[in-house]
Design a protein. Structure first.
Length: 105
DNA sequence: CGGATGACGGGTC
DNA sequence: AGACCCGCCATCC
């Protein structure tokens, strides 16, 4: 556990219900644009530090559910998003521009 | 202890 | 348009 992880989790906690953001946007927000990969890795371990984190609201820049296999079941991520009103088709968030939430505000 | 490994993304060709 | 490259760095084994 380090400061970078804590900041990532802090931002993820702030994502409004029914909205999503991207790994890169979070990294950019933390002043580490090129470290989007680390945000992804932080999310991989997130359940270990804070299982209540809305990790399903973080997707890649294309609105693709790349992290779905890290949930309890592969369809868990999509179900959670759909329960918040987000439409997912073929692992892809529809209308991505409209549900995207900028973590930097 | 060191190399492989990623829930990524911007750039190049 | 699409394939490929490479920085990034905490963890894993």
């Amino acid at each position: 556990m380090n400061e970078f992880y804590l900041k990532v989790y802090e931002i993820v906690r702030q994502i409004p219900k029914g909205r999503v953001t991207t790994y890169g946007a979070i990294a950019k927000c933390l002043g580490a644009t090129r470290s989007a990969r680390l945000v992804g890795y932080a999310m991989n371990l997130s359940h270990r530090y804070d299982p209540t984190l809305p990790a399903h609201r973080v997707v890649n820049r294309n609105g693709l559910l790349t992290g779905k296999h890290h949930f309890e079941t592969p369809d868990r991520m999509q179900k959670l998003l759909e329960s918040e009103g987000i439409i997912v088709k073929n692992n892809q968030i529809q209308n991505f521009e409209n549900v995207f939430w900028n973590p930097c505000q």
